[in-house]
Design a binder for this molecule. Sequence first.
Ligand SMILES: [Zn+2]
Length: 88
Amino acid sequence: MPRPSKKSRSLRRIHVKTPGGRTTVHYKYRKPKAAKCSCGAVLKGIVRERPYKMKKIAKTKKRPTRPYGGVLCSRCLRKMLVEKARNK
Ligand SMILES: [Zn+2]
């Protein structure tokens, strides 16, 4: 039986095969939802991790290195840039 705190469904259950051949259950926190653009599209190239893991990952590995990378999707960025160029 797992300890009572591990019975929570907010924890993910991962079946891990041990070197001895047994399968045991490991409990891990669920990953946060994927980052989204203002248009609703899921942002690609964005790391889905908890804050304590995000701290360990390099900034360049967390989001695309372009203007508004990690904020706008590529389609919205392109639209915005065209719009900006028109208004000048
Ligand atoms: Zn968008």
